[in-house]
Design a protein around this ligand. Structure first.
Ligand code: BG6
Ligand code: MG
Length: 230
């Protein structure tokens, strides 16, 4: 239900957050679980290789890892391998709590929540997104959640971000996307949204604005900086 302060589509705005690497640092758990799988198949890969899996869907991640190991399997076996990896990954996720929320994220969510013309969305490639948000106690902040089970095309395709915007009744040009993956920044730009990169200028330089994390900023400052670049 859209409230009375949020009934003019031209004025509606939204923040759309990526999850892994923006709200919580789950990359380390993905790494351990994928590495366990690779090791069980007789090969290994590095943390640097793992960087290439950020923002990449579960099945595309498996395909990349198998390529690194010089292996290939039938679709049926690949499905079994993704199930095996996810079961392992979930053992780490189920132990997560609010202490694993990245610095100042809760403050930023609260500041956006106070603005009556702003909605808050999630645009994640992860099929575990809702579970993770529940686990760390942040699900209540979100007006609409797009997870990996709701899109046909993964990032850098803009489908997920555009779905979040349309479900929240916000025009793409009024959305600010927060992303840690180069593919996610690409997806936000393809959606004609503002892109804020969370990470290094080197990796995310195409974004409208890049911050190492949320720790030294407020949402007002982010808005001001974005206004200055357009
Ligand atoms: C993205 C992560 O958010 O979700 C990727 O950056 C991950 O590393 C992808 O592969 C899919 O996650 P899940 O939880 O559906 O396996
Ligand atoms: Mg991410």
């Amino acid at each position: 239900m859209i409230d009375s302060n949020f009934n003019n589509k031209e004025m509606n705005k939204a923040c759309i957050f990526d999850l892994d690497g923006v709200i919580v640092d789950t990359a380390k758990y993905h790494f351990v679980a994928w590495r366990n799988l690779a090791n069980s198949l007789g090969f290994d890969f590095t943390e640097k290789d793992n960087e290439k899996l950020k923002g990449v869907s579960r099945i595309d991640s498996l395909n990349l890892i198998l390529e690194w190991g010089g292996m290939n399997f039938s679709d049926k076996i690949k499905t079994d391998l993704t199930v095996q990896k996810n079961e392992d990954y979930l053992t780490y996720i189920q132990k997560m709590n609010e202490s694993e929320i990245l610095p100042n994220v809760v403050e930023i969510l609260k500041q956006v929540k106070k603005k009556s013309n702003y909605k808050i969305g999630l645009g994640s490639a992860s099929k575990n997104a809702k579970l993770i948000l529940e686990q760390v106690g942040l699900i209540k902040y979100f007006d609409f959640i797009v997870d990996g089970s709701m899109v046909t095309n993964g990032k850098p395709h803009p489908e997920g971000f555009l779905l979040a915007a349309s479900e929240m009744d916000v025009l793409p040009e009024n959305c600010i996307v927060f992303e840690d993956a180069p593919k996610g920044v690409e997806a936000a730009l393809a959606a004609k949204m503002f892109a804020v990169g969370i990470g290094s200028e080197e990796d995310l330089g195409d974004a409208h604005l890049v911050m190492s994390d949320f720790s030294k900023t407020t949402f007002e400052e982010i808005e001001e900086k974005l206004l200055a670049v357009v």
